[in-house]
Design a binder for this molecule. Structure first.
Ligand code: RTP
Length: 152
């Protein structure tokens, strides 16, 4: 059965925050019908970022990626709804913004892979890992739209 409560971890990276794109990025998820269940601004330390990106350790861009993500605060969020993980990735667009379709967040707002303004979990299990890394259980807020079942 479809999981209408699937959750994904989305982060607005330091360049997205500094460029004033927080509202635009949140709006894309809201208007698609996803539900915001957690959000905080955090200037993550290197240890946290190395844990978050541990699957990429060894990649030539890893050190630069951690430095970039540590260069300023990020906005960490959890969004919930039907196929939140895969649709979240579609809303973000391809990793390399030059390959991102217009209409996607990266396709509309950026041009460089190393400055691609947002992060989204790539699978349900990595979403669970990332949500547990960035948020305490009590920071995930349960709430309902009451009589509007078409909104997740
Ligand atoms: P993300 O985790 O940020 O949503 O990105 P992704 O899954 O689409 O891409 P991934 O391969 O996991 O890379 C994570 C982030 O590392 C930076 N990157 N730089 N060649 C490069 O310089 C390079 N490749 C990747 C990007 O910021 C990418 O989003």
């Amino acid at each position: 059965m479809a999981n209408i409560k699937e959750r994904t971890f989305i982060a607005i990276k330091p360049d997205g925050v500094q460029r004033g794109l927080v509202g635009d990025i949140i709006k894309r998820f809201e208007q698609r019908g996803y539900k915001l269940v957690a959000m905080k601004m955090v200037h993550a330390d290197t240890k946290m970022l190395e844990e978050h990106y541990k699957d990429l350790a060894g990649k030539p861009f890893y050190a630069g990626l951690v430095k970039y993500m540590n260069s300023g605060p990020i906005v960490a969020m959890v969004w919930e709804g039907l196929q939140a993980v895969s649709t979240g990735r579609k809303l973000l667009g391809a990793t390399n913004p030059l390959d991102s379709a217009p209409g996607t967040i990266r396709g509309d707002f950026c041009i460089q892979t190393g400055r691609n303004i947002c992060h989204g979990s790539d699978a349900v299990d990595s979403a669970e890992r990332e949500i547990a890394l960035w948020f305490k259980k009590e920071e995930l807020v349960q709430w309902d739209h009451h009589s509007a079942p078409w909104i997740y």
